[in-house]
Each structure stands twice: as structure tokens, then as C-alpha cells.
Design a protein around this ligand. Structure first.
Ligand code: AHG
Ligand code: MN
Ligand code: MN
Length: 308
């Protein structure tokens, strides 16, 4: 008797039916497994400081270090990754000579929110070969996990954006396929808002949202804040430069690139004020970029207002 298609396929089964390239399917499953271990570590590990700093001089939590190690182990086990770069490490970390992929990731984004028990996430961008000199448009796939009341994984390989939830026995099952972002903006998420004091155009943008009476939805975690836009099908998220962070706070390789890939796949837009985030050349591991992301029309409007 032939197999029936389950109503809620697993991540692996979904990837298989989507005719995902076999190596990419294996790698996405391995990263998903890392997500399960991080989900478990968040529930069971100490939330205190590690006593060390990352390359940007930010204090690391024990959980930042644990999450990085979990991902590293799974990438090693995949045998598919020749090297990786992580927000928590300063350099390219070699893993297996001759393997096809490079993975850029932020193992625990928003980790300063963890003691307050707010939602946080992990972000991944996958490249074939060295990402230097390439653009995020050349990613083979991007995915993120959001650890909230539920753990949810969202991925794209350039064939739509699909969301999965982690069930009680540790399987990711399809939650929603083909997520889309339209032009109706009901919520705004203004990051690095301290920049309004020295970037007057950002204050103007902020005031336009206040005048329109749309709803503030800002948690301080990029992952849940952009996930909100994807799930609701519209909205806008910004992280704009000012004196303290001239390029905004967020990194092209680990944070903005993967999200731009996913959001544009869903029909939304992304911009650094000049061009799509997907068209910025990657020149440094720690490169930061201003980001305007979400509903496409609003991304374009905000980029215009911010133009010097
Ligand atoms: P991380 O915890 O990896 O250092 O990054 C947190 C980031 C991001 O998730 C969030 O959007 C941003 O910091 C918040 O910045 P502001 O508090 O300046 O708005
Ligand atoms: Mn981060
Ligand atoms: Mn981080």
C-alpha cells in the first residue's frame, strides 16, 4: 500500500517533497538538530555571564558559548561544511577540507533578553564556498529558529518560506507553508531608536508611524520581531545608524543577510537605504548595515524619507 502524505509533514519530508538538493536537505536537518539542542539548553542551563567577550566587545553569556558549541558540533557531524563564521567568534573557523558549504550564523540572537524570559532566536545563512566578495542573494538557503512559548523554525531555499514547530518528541512539523508579506502595515518595530537624537530623518520616520496610529510591536529581539511580520503577513522593522552605531547594530552576514533572503522570498522588501540588503557585497565578517525590512512599499517609503 502506498504511503499517504501526512497532513503535517516533518521538516525532512517537506524538504524531500520540495525536491531540495540532497546535501542541502541534510544540512538543514543538521542545523534543525542544533536548534533542538539549543532549545533544551535554554530550559536547563545557567543564564549567567560567561566572563568572556565576543569580537565586538559584547559580554558573552554562558548560553551564547554553549549555543555556538552546539552548532559547531552539528556542522562537524554533517560533513558538509568546510568552515563557518559566527557572531560569537572573530574569525573563519575551518571544519572539514573539501566540504561544499560555508555557514554564517548568530547562535543566540537577543541573548540579553534571556533572563527576562523573552523570546530569542538563532539565525543561519548558507553559502556554497567563500561568502567574501559575494552578496546575501547568493545564499543557498537561510533559516532561523525562534525560541518562545513554542520553538519554531522558518526556512527558505528560494522556493517560498515555510514554518515548522517543534513537537514534544523533538520533531519539526509543518506549521504553515508559503508565508507571504503584503503591503498592509499595521505594526512597526523601530530598533536602535536612540539614533533619533542624531539622525533627524529617523525621528521623521518614527513620527510618521505615530501619526498613522499603527501599533508598536518591538521586543528587542530581531528574530521574534521579524517573525511577527512574517506570521501576520505585514509590518516594518528598522535598525538605523546614529552616532553610537553609525551603521546600525546589526550584522550583514549573521543577521541581516539571512532575514533579507527570507523576507524577500515571502514577497517583502529589504533595504540599507540605498539598495536591497541582498545586493550588498560582503567584505568583512563583522560588517554592519542599516536595515529597513518588511512590507515592500513601506520599506521603499522609509528608505526615501531617510535619504540624506
Ligand atoms: P545580540 O543579542 O545578538 O547581540 O543582538 C541583539 C540585537 C537584535 O536582536 C535586536 O534587534 C537589537 O539587538 C536591538 O537593538 P536596540 O536595543 O538597540 O533596539
Ligand atoms: Mn545578534
Ligand atoms: Mn548573538
Amino acid at each position: 500500500m502506498p504511503c499517504k502524505n501526512p497532513e503535517r509533514p516533518s521538516l525532512n519530508s517537506h524538504l524531500f517533497h520540495a525536491e531540495t538538493e540532497t546535501e542541502v536537505r541534510h544540512l538543514l536537518n543538521d542545523i534543525a538538530r542544533a536548534g533542538k539542542y539549543i532549545h533544551y539548553a535554554l530550559q536547563t542551563s545557567d543564564t549567567g555571564l560567561a566572563g568572556s567577550q565576543n569580537t565586538s566587545g559584547e559580554e558573552q553569556l554562558k548560553l551564547d558559548v554553549i549555543s555556538n558549541n552546539i552548532v559547531e558540533e552539528e556542522l562537524c557531524e554533517s560533513h558538509l561544511v568546510y568552515a563557518y563564521a559566527s557572531e560569537e567568534k572573530g574569525a573563519i573557523e575551518p571544519l572539514r577540507d573539501g566540504a561544499p558549504f560555508f555557514v554564517a550564523f548568530d547562535p543566540l540572537d537577543g541573548s540579553s533578553l534571556v533572563d527576562a524570559n523573552l523570546s530569542i532566536g538563532s539565525i543561519f545563512g548558507i553559502y556554497r564556498g567563500d561568502p567574501m566578495g559575494k552578496t546575501p542573494r547568493e545564499q543557498v538557503a537561510a533559516l532561523y529558529l525562534v525560541y518562545g512559548p513554542r520553538t519554531i523554525l522558518v526556512y527558505s531555499t528560494g522556493k517560498g518560506v515555510h514554518a515548522f514547530y517543534l513537537n514534544d518528541v523533538g520533531e519539526f512539523l509543518l506549521l504553515e507553508k508559503d508565508l507571504t508579506i503584503g503591503d498592509t502595515v499595521k505594526t512597526y518595530a523601530p530598533g536602535n531608536l536612540r539614533a533619533v537624537t542624531d539622525t533627524p530623518a529617523y525621528r521623521k520616520v518614527m513620527e510618521s508611524w505615530l501619526d498613522e496610529g499603527i501599533t508598536l510591536r518591538y521586543s528587542g529581539g530581531m528574530v521574534p520581531d521579524i517573525h511577527h511580520i512574517l506570521i501576520k503577513g505585514g509590518g516594518i522593522f528598522t535598525n538605523i545608524g546614529g552616532n553610537k552605531y553609525p551603521q546600525g547594530k546589526l550584522r550583514l552576514l549573521y543577521e541581516c543577510g539571512p532575514f533579507a533572503y527570507i523576507v524577500e522570498q515571502a514577497g517583502g522588501g529589504s533595504s540599507n537605504g540605498e539598495r536591497s540588503i541582498l545586493d550588498i557585497t560582503i567584505t568583512e565578517l563583522d560588517q554592519r548595515t542599516p536595515i529597513i525590512i518588511g512590507s515592500k512599499k513601506e520599506v521603499n517609503r522609509v528608505a526615501k524619507v531617510l535619504k540624506p
